[in-house]
Design a protein around this ligand. Structure first.
Ligand SMILES: [Zn+2]
Ligand SMILES: [Zn+2]
Length: 157
């Protein structure tokens, strides 16, 4: 369930309020009972598994190629998982890419073959401290995407 959800059984509605916007989504409570509720949970679990088992961030389309779940359902699950903090996303060339928030990593993108590579080294703590002191801010997290030419493409030059 979303963080701010309230269930009013007399009206048989589930009201989900989104944290960052003022849109309210009214869903008929009956549709979320039993089988549908179970399927929703199962879909979210399998989508999260696909993302977690991938080395690189995936688009919704990539995910749809790895399971039999429809794109609209995938988008709904992705929104839920992102709100829940299970996954993070970024936009690149107009596509949203999703990756697991379980492990901290940076990414490298080759501008020649357009592949994404994960980078597991992170050594910018000193830089964060420097910024916090200098600007009087508190940094919670960071996202880094390097671009350039990968080893394979370099060798083909
Ligand atoms: Zn390349
Ligand atoms: Zn880092």
């Amino acid at each position: 369930m979303a963080k701010n959800s309230s269930i009013d059984k007399t009206k048989r509605h589930v009201i989900l309020s989104y944290e960052n916007d003022s849109h309210f989504h009214f869903l008929n409570f009956e549709h979320l009972e039993g089988d549908t509720m179970e399927r929703t949970t199962k879909n979210r679990e399998s989508i999260l598994k696909i993302i977690e088992s991938s080395e690189v961030p995936l688009t919704a389309y990539d995910i749809s190629n790895r399971c039999k779940i429809s794109l609209p359902t995938i988008y709904r699950a992705l929104n839920f998982l992102a709100r829940n903090g299970d996954i993070r996303s970024f936009t690149l060339d107009h596509y949203a890419y999703y990756y697991s928030s379980a492990e901290h990593k940076h990414f490298f993108r080759c501008t020649t073959c357009e592949r994404l590579f994960p980078l597991y080294e992170c050594s910018i703590e000193d830089y964060e401290k420097h910024l916090e002191d200098r600007m009087g801010i508190k940094i919670d997290e960071h996202f880094i995407l390097f671009t350039g030419t990968c080893q394979e493409c370099l060798q083909q030059r």
